[in-house]
Ligand binder design. Structure first.
Ligand code: CP
Length: 312
């Protein structure tokens, strides 16, 4: 017997007759054909699936915001809470299971994971890296360069200083690549223990002191100390004060920056470490402009990957 399905609950298979099971299978066959040849994608918005295996505020929310602005549907999974990661499922299996649901694009953030580094190029649907270990944060690099390009028109011949914990920063790595590709010279400054090896940053100028580096810069970008990627996971008060005294941007050092220089930070900021609280209020700060540009850059990327018409 076939009861109408409209408005019914399904709490147990025992309530289904064989005919009803066949009706569900028949509908599934129809949908599988439709999903395969794209008919249903034309009826429904594409689905963006965001998997965040590390914490995030800006990247996660701006991918969601960008998706909604484009009229896309979004699914988001954060860390292990509420997922089967807490039951021991691997990151790789989690990604493969999401990919098997055939979203139109996957957005993935993760820590150091060779398993995912190797898997993500082969999942069969487009994947956007939303920050991976210390290796890459491509959309952050794009939005940083875009923020500077909107200010300057071109990055050709400009000098950009990146200071702080450069060694553990995926943002720095993506910026080295993009800024130099667009014609800028990159400089770095920070404690020796937080500097990449010279061969990891060809063409990058290394400054011994922030006081020497700041007058050189057309723009400077502060980075937080990525304690979660250090062997020692915390910083005592005296070490924090010493760090801020040597490598922190403070009111005295703001005076060393040129009047037209720009101040960037990918966030999150640790006030009192890389920036004193005054920095964010300085008229040269573009930190919140970066966040706004993050939505536009991510929308641009999603629309290009999905082949969406966005008008002229
Ligand atoms: N810049 C950045 O990646 O910030 P979130 O970690 O908050 O996403």
């Amino acid at each position: 017997m076939l009861m109408p399905f409209l408005g019914r609950s399904l709490l147990d298979t025992r309530i289904l007759s064989k005919t009803e099971v066949e009706a569900i299978f028949s509908r599934a066959d129809h949908l599988a054909r439709g999903l395969h040849d794209g008919v249903f994608r034309a009826l429904r918005a594409p689905v963006v699936c965001c998997l965040f295996f590390e914490p995030s505020t800006r990247t996660r929310m701006s991918f969601q915001m960008a998706s909604y602005r484009l009229g896309l549907d979004v699914l988001t999974m954060e860390l292990s809470a509420g997922s089967s990661l807490s039951k021991g499922e691997t990151l790789g299996d989690t990604v493969l299971n999401f990919a098997a649901m055939k979203p139109d694009v996957l957005v993935v953030r993760y820590g150091q994971s060779e398993e995912l580094d190797q898997l993500l190029p082969h999942v069969g649907i487009p994947v956007i890296n939303a920050g991976s270990g210390t290796m890459a944060h491509p959309t952050q690099g794009l939005l940083d360069a875009y923020t500077l390009r909107r200010e300057w028109g071109s990055l050709e011949g400009k000098q950009v200083l990146i200071f702080g914990d450069v060694r553990h920063s995926r943002v720095a790595r993506s910026n080295f690549d993009l800024l130099s590709k667009l014609g800028a010279t990159v400089g770095v400054c920070g404690p020796e223990t937080m500097m990449p090896l010279p061969e990891q940053m060809p063409g990058v100028r290394v400054f011994e002191s922030l006081d020497e580096a700041l007058p050189w810069a057309d723009a400077c970008m502060g980075l937080r100390i990525q304690l979660e990627r250090h062997a020692t996971k915390d910083l005592d008060v005296s070490a924090a004060n010493e760090y801020h005294a040597r490598y922190g941007l403070n009111p005295q050092r703001l005076d060393l920056l040129r009047p037209d220089a720009l101040i960037l930070h990918p966030g999150p900021i640790n006030h009192g470490l890389e920036f004193s609280p005054e920095v964010i209020r300085d008229g040269r700060s573009r930190v919140l402009a970066q966040v706004g540009n993050g939505v536009v850059i991510r929308a641009a990327l999603l629309s290009l990957i999905l082949g969406l018409e966005v008008g002229t």
